[in-house]
Design a protein around this ligand. Sequence first.
Ligand SMILES: NC(=O)c1ccc[n+]([C@@H]2O[C@H](COP(=O)([O-])OP(=O)(O)OC[C@H]3O[C@@H](n4cnc5c(N)ncnc54)[C@H](OP(=O)(O)O)[C@@H]3O)[C@@H](O)[C@H]2O)c1
Length: 321
Amino acid sequence: MEKINWGIIGLGNIAHKFAQDLALVKGAELVAVASRSKSKSKEFASKYSVNKAYSSYADLASDSNVQAVYIATPHSFHKEHSILCLKHRKAVLCEKPFAINAKEVDEMIKVAKENNVLLMEALWTYFLPHYTYLLDVVKNQYLGSLLKLKADFGFKATNDLESRFLKKEIGGGSLLDIGIYPVFAALSTLGEPESIKANATFYGTGADAECNMVFNYQNASAILKSTFLKETDSLAIFTFQEGVVQMNTRFHQPTSLTISKNNTTVTEYIPYKGYGYYYEILHFNQLLREDKKESEIMSFQFSKTLIKTLDKLRSLIGLEY
Ligand SMILES: NC(=O)c1ccc[n+]([C@@H]2O[C@H](COP(=O)([O-])OP(=O)(O)OC[C@H]3O[C@@H](n4cnc5c(N)ncnc54)[C@H](OP(=O)(O)O)[C@@H]3O)[C@@H](O)[C@H]2O)c1
């Protein structure tokens, strides 16, 4: 198996978890990391036994030993940092949300195509074992048609106005950060809605603190919520004609499923590796080895629909980036 050499740009919270899961994947090695700070980069590199520690993102992008780059900077930098790497012919796995709006996502896809390199949004939930199980139930109608989805994601965020969560200028707010998961759950199971309703409350910074959404379909509906104001159940409850599948808390990460059918209820514990990022990395490596430029699961079309839906929601609640 051909080994794939990885780099990471932006060494914050998620970069650490990703590095740990990458270490579990056979045939992949983290060979370079880049931070704006030399000391942070060196510390990260020494913690995960990485050969190269850069203090400039551009230096990592031009390292000829790196084949794939994971972009782990705040949302508002995803386009810039992805394009930097794509122009150096690096395959790019970019954190969610793919970018701040649909226009930016279109630009990223255009550059990936021009340079003939692989690009994928790191929406890890799509690749998790419990989610794959659910998608199978939906696709094969094991419980009949899906009629209703209720999904939420909420936690009490910091009050620090300097935090990524609250800073509007770097894409802060609950919708793009965590609301993306309930929205993803609706789009991946029910498709694009016929109509959407939404309302939100805001921090003084202008970032949304909470967003309530209703997606209407011809024969189904989805009630979705994101909030930084309180811990919520963070469940996804899928009601089918003949039963209910509940993704237990927190539904977007590896978890169990409680399935109710014919007056019986069972909880399935589905094994997983690492934090769960393992599965998107495995998929991405496979795409690279097969010389593919796009994922058939997290496709460009799906990423475009996702960001267009988030744009639509933002226009409904009056949130502009
Ligand atoms: N898939 C998931 O489960 C998951 C979970 C959490 C976050 N995320 C996504 O990952 C991205 C990063 O989130 P995070 O929680 O890791 O954020 P974080 O802890 O704030 O780290 C972001 C990193 O980006 C770099 N950066 C570059 N310019 C920056 C700026 N102007 N302000 C702040 N940081 C800047 C910094 O790295 P250097 O200082 O090293 O340059 C910083 O450490 C977000 O887009 C988020 O949506 C995904």
